[in-house]
Ligand binder design. Sequence first.
Ligand code: NAD
Ligand code: DAU
Length: 353
Amino acid sequence: MSKRQFNNILITGGSGFIGANFIHYLFKQEFQGNVINIDKLTYAGNPENLKDIEKKSKYFFYQADICDYDKCKDIILKHNIDCVVHFAAESHVDRSIHGPKDFIYTNIIGTFNLLEICRNLWKDKDNTLFHHISTDEVFGSLGDSGYFFENTPYDPRSPYSASKASSDHLVSAYFHTYELPVTISNCSNNYGAYQFPEKLIPLMILNLQEGENLPVYGDGKNIRDWLYVEDHCSGIYSIIQNGNVGETYNIGGENEWENIKLVNKMCSIMDELFPDNSPHNKLITYVKDRPGHDRRYAINCNKIKDELGWKQSVDFETGLRKTINWYLSNTNWINNIKSGTYKNWLQKNYESR
Ligand code: NAD
Ligand code: DAU
């Protein structure tokens, strides 16, 4: 099978967690083209995530909002973009519960804008692709058994997942209606370096380090399927090179953990690293549940494995230890986040419970 090759890849949201990891991944793969990053730099967008990349001659950064049609169009035209990998989104479920508006604008209107720009500019161009990054949350919540497949009916239950579901539908509508070459991936929970510490794993690492309470929502028995972020990046890369246009691919860790078991596991790793503060699990505090908290996510990712030969390469023990070490070693990165509005947000989130 001959691989698709692109000259100028546009990454949206490249200064966030997965986008930044994907840009690092492209350079590690010695991708030969130019990499153009459009990011609004919201609270989650952090130029420090790309400080090793900034000086590369094939990297270009624009601070721009994907809701700004004219600015994005100018950039896409100027750089002759032939592939868009669309990460930019409001991504945190709790924030979508506190204030859904930004989720509707960025995730729905922003995606619509990018699709419109590509539809207009790519009319007579071959070899173009719009790859949309989505989530397993669009499929809703599972009971004790079963898996999400690519054809599982959508059943989003939070403002975040509803906005992502809406964007997914727009992307596939542009394929069916306008023949825009698109691919979509729906991925499970990612973990790894550069994740903003509002999400479960990095939040717990920071609190463990500081001896603060570890807030576990509800009974702690909700289940998530964890995937190391670099494995997500390799999955995306295989789709943009070899995926079938118009199709969706699930990407998952095949690595289900109850939240409370995961937090206890992190506590025992910290017990090994800092025995003087043992046992760290004394910090676990059950707090009021997230409204509409999905019980279980679990991805079936046989399609990308069978058709594109992708597989996970990092086992959870290794990935989790690497992640904990990354946060313990990158104190400047953490202190810079903490000096912003980080604490205010956490306080607001937990006070409202
Ligand atoms: P993130 O919140 O860490 O980063 C999002 C990035 O998008 C930030 O850099 C932010 O500044 C930028 N952004 C936000 N609004 C923008 C706008 N209007 N215009 C331009 N840039 C804007 O998110 P993430 O965890 O890296 O997630 C990336 C994508 O992957 C999202 O689409 C998310 O839905 C999806 N996803 C995430 C996970 C996960 O576990 N984190 C899993 C599956 C899918
Ligand atoms: O499944 C993919 C999704 O994973 C992505 O689409 C989202 O962008 C990403 O944020 C993530 O969503 P979750 O809601 O699953 O991730 P979060 O880290 O917020 O929470 C993971 C689980 O841990 C969830 O069951 C809620 C729980 N939790 C979370 C936090 C922040 C706690 O118990 N305590 C906490 O303090």
